[in-house]
Ligand binder design. Structure first.
Ligand code: AMP
Ligand code: MG
Length: 323
């Protein structure tokens, strides 16, 4: 049996095809690239337009026939409503026409399961840092629980918004990383850790209003916010007694963030892991794999329960496939 996974929580339409061992045969990503921030309706239109040609491309890359598909998995949330609905509609249509089960997947959990599949980690604390999401997640008592999270915007969103103020094209993160490398001047920015949670809006305002040189601001923004994430991740490790950190989300492509987390892990005798690049960002393969793991545990999503959930929480899902 082959599995198809459909991702559509935000700007990426992802189509992944895997076999039952988790070998990724195709992992196509079509990304809507706005000049400024994401407009949900426009992103959804992008996904609708790309859906059928991308499906054809994924089947041809995987070298399989659509009748070989035994399971359709889709990202049920959390994410932008119009994007989720568009891709869920495609998933329902595919499942009905192929007469195979449908399974709705929590996007954040998929970042963990693909990490458990593709790296040597088994029971990690996930630092999930992406455009829309920033959470520290770990498995305890039958659920993936959120130990800390952003109280306002996702870290990637903060970087992109800061970029927009300074005429850095979307997405701002990679450009900010390059500029940060040219500075070592730390400007004082608000360090905003509240309990186990973080917040970025005050930092964004302070950095956006500052008249300091742009490279210094980029450096300071990274140093400050990445230290916040590393601190909360370390506390989740200490609290749970786990010794593995898994990185996920677009922002963990950043070498400085990886370095900080790796140093922290090493200092406490833990290990840091990250899936290979295309499986680290939003992608269909991680949705497909998680759907398969859930399906093997006897789960499926009837059409009547396949509505999308914009605010689908990581800890709402009973993780029956793990002890
Ligand atoms: P995602 O939401 O997981 O697709 O990730 C997209 C986010 O990752 C955007 O906000 C980007 O600005 C951010 N991003 C991508 N590459 C980097 C990088 N090298 N450093 C920091 N942020 C990045
Ligand atoms: Mg993501």
């Amino acid at each position: 049996m082959y599995i198809i996974g459909l991702e559509g929580t935000a700007h990426t339409l992802g189509i992944g095809i895997l076999d039952e061992k988790g070998t990724v045969l195709a992992n196509l990503m079509k990304t809507y690239r706005p000049k400024e921030g994401i407009h949900p309706r426009e992103a959804a239109n992008h996904h609708a337009k790309e859906f059928l040609p991308s499906l054809e491309e994924a089947f041809s890359t995987a070298g399989i026939d659509r009748d070989d598909i035994g399971l359709v998995a889709f990202s049920q949330g959390p994410g932008l409503g119009p994007c989720l609905r568009t891709v869920a509609t495609g998933a329902r249509a595919l499942s009905l026409s192929l007469k195979v089960p449908l399974i709705g997947v929590n996007h954040c959990i998929a970042h963990i399961e693909i990490g458990r599949l593709t790296t040597d980690c088994d029971d990690p604390v996930l630092l999930y840092a992406s455009g829309g999401n920033t959470q520290v997640i770990a498995f305890t008592r039958g659920r993936y629980r959120v130990f800390g999270e952003t109280l306002d915007i996702g870290i990637g969103n903060m970087l992109d918004k800061f970029g927009r103020v300074h005429n850095i094209p979307f997405p701002g993160g990679p450009v900010i990383e390059k500029r940060a490398m040219k500075s070592d001047e730390l400007i004082d920015l608000p360090y905003s850790v509240k309990g186990m949670d973080v917040s970025f809006s005050g930092i964004l305002t302070a950095a956006s209003n500052s008249k300091a040189p742009l490279n210094d601001l980029c450096f300071s923004l990274q140093e400050t916010t990445f230290a916040m994430l590393t601190e909360v991740t370390e506390r989740a490790l200490a609290h749970t007694g786990k010794d593995e950190v898994l990185l996920g989300g677009g922002v963990v492509r950043n070498d400085r963030l990886r370095e900080m987390v790796e140093i922290m892990a090493e200092e406490r005798g833990a290990k840091a892991y990250a899936p290979p690049g295309p499986l680290c960002v939003d992608n269909g393969a991680m949705i497909g794999w998680t759907g398969y793991v859930m399906h093997e545990a006897g789960l499926k999503t009837p059409i009547a329960k396949s509505g999308v959930m914009q605010n689908f929480r990581t800890d709402e899902v009973d993780i029956t496939w793990r002890r």
